[in-house]
Design a protein around this ligand. Structure first.
Ligand SMILES: Nc1ncnc2c1ncn2[C@@H]1O[C@H](COP(=O)(O)OP(=O)(O)OP(=O)(O)O)[C@@H](O)[C@H]1O
Ligand SMILES: [Mg+2]
Length: 240
């Protein structure tokens, strides 16, 4: 793969829920080594973009390329096998199962106990707080710790691109910082990231490139630092 091949390319993505359109020609690109963020208000269509990319919702035309190849119509498990992992809105952990079991579920496509053990060990270096929690039910953890498990479970699949849907929503500032640091760290370790956030302040602090979604369409994209100093963006999304 040449270095200028996009990890993820979304070209002219249209999607609808029944007869109700949700996305109107969205274009987003994630290149190797990048954290890209997609910010936007409640209902803008951010989760819909992630659902289309991860095979949970059909796009209305073939609009998604992963590692240079079209992947439209592939089921979610096939996309995971190709190196794409999603941390969904609301985490969707198996609450009655232990943290360790949740992590193992994330590695269901990986073969071998040692690979899984290595994965768990890596996740614990990212989230040391989970060390003492491996054998307790995931549902008994705090919201922040549950979000850590959700991110760790996605990483257990050894993805090359990680999609995160509002991973910091409702979390205490210290946990938000921890998640933000992990996003940078995994990117440094070779996993590209598409981060969906309503919290523009965090997102623009973490990302290299940012896209702004309004009513199902991208209305701006630029280096994150540039958008963070744009007055309109600051007013609309950062309450400043
Ligand atoms: N399952 C669904 N059925 C019907 N309409 C839906 C469904 N999910 C989302 N929508 C609609 O599609 C549009 C985009 O929703 P989406 O969930 O993608 O927004 P979002 O940007 O992720 O919002 P939030 O920040 O609140 O998570 C909204 O108008 C929403 O009401
Ligand atoms: Mg959403």
């Amino acid at each position: 793969m040449s270095t200028d091949t996009a990890t993820l390319e979304i070209v002219d993505l249209y999607a609808s829920y029944g007869a109700v359109p949700a996305l109107h020609g969205v274009n987003i690109r994630v290149m190797r080594g990048q954290v890209v963020t997609l910010i936007g208000a409640n209902g803008a269509g951010k989760s819909t973009v992630l659902k289309c990319v991860s095979g949970l919702l059909p796009a209305l035309r073939d609009s998604v390329r992963l590692f240079g190849k079209p992947v439209g119509g592939l089921p979610p498990n096939e996309l995971v096998a190709q190196g794409l992992a999603l941390v969904p809105e609301g985490r969707r952990l198996f609450g009655a199962m232990s943290v360790r079991e949740n992590l193992e579920m994330g590695a269901y496509l990986c073969e071998g106990k040692s690979v899984i053990e290595e994965g768990v060990a890596y996740c614990l270096t990212l989230f040391p707080d989970l060390k003492a929690k491996l054998d307790v039910p995931a549902g008994s953890l705090s919201g922040g710790q549950q979000q850590m498990v959700a991110v760790a479970r996605a990483l257990m699949a050894k993805p090359r691109i990680l999609l995160l849907d509002e991973p910091t929503i409702g979390l205490a500032p210290a946990v938000v910082d921890q998640i933000a640091n992990v996003v940078r760290e995994v990117c440094k370790n070779g996993v590209d990231v598409l981060l969906v956030e309503q919290n523009a302040e965090i997102a623009l602090g973490v990302a290299d490139i940012a896209y702004v979604l309004e009513s199902g369409a991208v209305v701006a994209h630029a280096p994150a630092k540039e958008l963070a100093s744009n007055d309109e963006v600051r007013k609309a999304y950062m309450g400043l």
